[in-house]
Design a protein around this ligand. Structure first.
Ligand SMILES: [Cu+2]
Length: 155
């Protein structure tokens, strides 16, 4: 009798464990890895997301230059943001602000820190619920102008 109860408990515990791991898997964000280097391009220039989808962007800098000489970040902007104007403001904000202009934070959906060669940064965020095209940029001075940009499309 006692052993039967014990085995029932074991089964119950096993089911709980399975349930917990399933729940964990469902809650895990989708990982999008973006590699950057001295070529000043995001190797992923288009991301499609479902409204409200949880996404983890992992930014990998495979280059070798230090952050202050050629740093990179990944900054997702609200739909309709003038990315060129944002980048100009970011350059003016300077390295101390990691090229995120304090007065334009309302235009930022998500961003990683600025990283140098052989560094990695990540940010987990929920895609906007409103469908549309959300521009993303590297806000290091002039990198946007050199083509370091992409679009996250919510649909
Ligand atoms: Cu960059």
């Amino acid at each position: 009798m006692k052993s039967k109860l014990l085995s029932l408990l074991c089964i119950a515990a096993g089911l709980l464990a399975v349930g917990a791991s399933t729940a964990r898997a469902a809650a895990a964000p989708r990982v999008v890895t973006i590699t950057v280097n001295e070529a000043m391009k995001f190797d992923v220039s288009a991301i499609t997301a479902a409204p409200g989808e949880e996404i983890k962007v992992v930014l990998v800098n495979s280059g070798s230059m230090p952050k202050l000489a050629m740093g990179h970040n990944w900054v997702l902007l609200k739909a309709g943001t003038d990315a060129a104007a944002f980048s100009a403001a970011a350059a003016a904000a300077g390295a101390a602000a990691e090229f995120i202009p304090a007065d334009q934070k309302a235009a930022v959906v998500a961003f990683t820190k600025l990283i140098g060669g052989k560094e990695t940064a990540e940010v987990t965020f929920k895609a906007p619920t409103e469908k549309g095209d959300y521009p993303y940029v590297c806000s290091f001075p002039s990198h946007f102008l050199l083509g370091m940009k992409g679009t996250l499309t919510v649909k």
